[in-house]
Unconditional design. Structure first.
Length: 264
């Protein structure tokens, strides 16, 4: 059990406000550096004539996610959580899925993974298309800089650039494991449940969506997949579900990068 920072006798309303404020401060500590790295630092680091400016952007995004690992560890230590696997496993919900009503194991929850993967992918695509068909969506898509569009890495200059695969692997590590996944699902989702109860998955999905300032033109679509990570994780009290559902995206990314590198 991690230590609580709330003194006995504090009114329940103030406790709820304090918990929500702490959640928002942690969220802001993740978002602000990512925004600075993506939109202020990146343009200054891109050399004139660079044929693959998107790699600079990608490296800055990875740096922003690496910071989230540090932030997660700081929050856990402030909570009094010992950085030992048994303690981390309980605190981060890195346990087998259970029926919440009985606490009994329910490994069959993993059979829902394809459903949530498909719902997230199709929902994202549909929501993105619908949003970008609106005047606001068209305006935001037009403002997205070319270096931030991953499809612009599909160029002859990327052929046999094996460093891109290395970048993709490091990116996947921090995206689906030690960075975003650790902070938003491991650290924040259990906190949100204590603050917001059964609606924590909704708050988590929306805050995870709003965190994606480096993909602002895709935010409405991303909301669907972000909710698909949080809902089963809270429903079965296991963040392994979020890790697997989110991680499928990483497999697609690695496959796409290999296709680009090995292009004829």
């Amino acid at each position: 059990m991690h230590a609580t920072l709330i003194s006995p006798g504090v009114p329940a309303r103030l406790v709820a406000i304090g918990r929500t404020a702490a959640i928002l401060l942690i969220w802001l500590a993740a978002v602000a550096p990512m925004a600075v790295l993506a939109w202020i630092v990146t343009p200054r680091l891109i050399a004139p004539g660079d044929p693959l400016p998107g790699l600079v952007f990608w490296r800055m995004v990875v740096l922003g996610m690496a910071w989230q690992t540090v932030l997660s560890l700081v929050v856990l230590r402030l909570e009094g959580v010992a950085l030992r696997w048994p303690d981390l496993r309980r605190r981060l919900w890195l346990t087998a899925p259970v029926w919440r009503s009985t606490g009994r194991p329910f490994v069959g929850a993993f059979l829902l993974v394809p459903l949530f993967v498909g719902l997230g992918f199709l929902g994202d695509e549909a929501a993105t298309l619908l949003f970008q068909a609106t005047p606001l969506g068209e305006r935001l898509a037009a403002q997205a800089p070319a270096f931030a569009m991953i499809e612009h890495l599909v160029t002859p200059e990327a052929r046999e650039r094996w460093d891109i695969l290395g970048l993709a692997l490091v990116s996947s590590l921090f995206n689906y494991g030690l960075g975003e996944a650790l902070l938003f699902h491991g650290v924040l989702l259990p906190r949100m449940e204590r603050a917001w109860g059964r609606w924590a998955w909704l708050g988590n999905g929306l805050l995870f969506t709003a965190y994606h300032v480096h993909k602002f033109w895709l935010m409405p679509g991303l909301a669907i997949s972000c909710l698909c990570y949080a809902l089963p994780a809270q429903a079965f009290r296991s963040n392994w579900l979020a890790v697997v559902i989110h991680g499928v995206e990483g497999l697609v990314l690695i496959a796409a990068v290999l296709v680009v590198i090995l292009q004829p």
